[in-house]
Design a protein around this ligand. Sequence first.
Ligand SMILES: C[S@@+](CC[C@H](N)C(=O)[O-])C[C@H]1O[C@@H](n2cnc3c(N)ncnc32)[C@H](O)[C@@H]1O
Ligand code: SF4
Ligand code: SF4
Length: 339
Amino acid sequence: MDLLKRLRYAGRFLRKDLVHLNLQILYKCNFTCKICDFWQPRWQGQGMLSLDQTRAIVEKLKPEGPFLISIGGGEPLLHPEILPIARELSRDNLVVMICNGWFMTRETARAIWEAGLYEVSISVDYLDPERHDTHRGRPGAHARALQALKYLHEERVHPHQRTHMISVVMDDNLDDIEPLAQLAAREGYTYLVTFHSTSRGRKEKRAAPAEVGRRLREIQKRNPSFVTLRGYVERFGEADENGEIGPCRAGINLLNVDCNGNVSTCIDRLDDSCGNILEDSFDDIRLQLARRQKESSCGSCWTSCRGPIESLMYGKDRLGNLLDLHRMTKDVPLVRSSP
Ligand SMILES: C[S@@+](CC[C@H](N)C(=O)[O-])C[C@H]1O[C@@H](n2cnc3c(N)ncnc32)[C@H](O)[C@@H]1O
Ligand code: SF4
Ligand code: SF4
């Protein structure tokens, strides 16, 4: 069954169809990160996607899918129905999640894997706990993130389930990337990066120095735990130098659904609605998304929502990227939990 799901997903990928859905089930968050707006009043007043609404979305997507669904937020573990939602989404789709780690207990980790998720990533942006905590606005955030990674890694129920540490690459943490990849390796997890986006609200520019792509590739060659696709990482410098990477295929290959069911091409274009997945037909939504993509000249971010998909579908070194995808998704033997 799972093999069939993966094969069907691969077919969609080869057809360059809509493959990736970002799902913000809520915006509520217990952190106040410097790089993110979702904790601010504008977002905190918004509701949550209920389990029933999730079921309706799953039904609507069924004839289209499977999709790679990334459960995001806000902080997903603040949703009281996160476990049944994860189970519902996982039935017909390949589901991954990013969390800040704060609420992850051993029991929650086990339940998440039993719900059928493929991958959980925990955000860690600095090696130094104090810097991470200050950046995330919460003392103890670093320690809890590392604890969460440990629980997740140990509580997996299938070898294909993967635990990653993930960092946003900014102007002041480039020297932390290699030690973080090494820290992940020592504990048995793998390491991913995404590039800082200035599109989400008003933010200071935080991109790293222009040679960042080259430096990251060198770090990657030395550290097998660093499994982000090479085609994605290589273009970080370009994103920084030019401020733009186009053309962006958000709307053609990926879409975003927020906690009210509103659809947009990406997480940074939430105000530009392409319909509502709870109310409108998927055919209409698809048309709106394609229209928006055609009209847009936006290339203002190079985050992990768009970069890896574009690298795999349209990038130069397809074979190299496929190899990295294999390293990112291959089975990792289950480990026994330590006390
Ligand atoms: C919006 S968060 C939601 C999940 C969870 N609250 C967390 O922080 O891990 C998803 C991912 O986006 C990253 N992120 C936040 N603001 C960003 C920005 N301005 N540019 C790029 N990535 C960002 C976070 O670090 C996290 O890895
Ligand atoms: S923990 Fe995640 S959602 Fe919350 S403020 Fe930070 S980046 Fe945004
Ligand atoms: S480049 Fe694409 S994914 Fe990024 S903000 Fe623009 S439309 Fe969205």
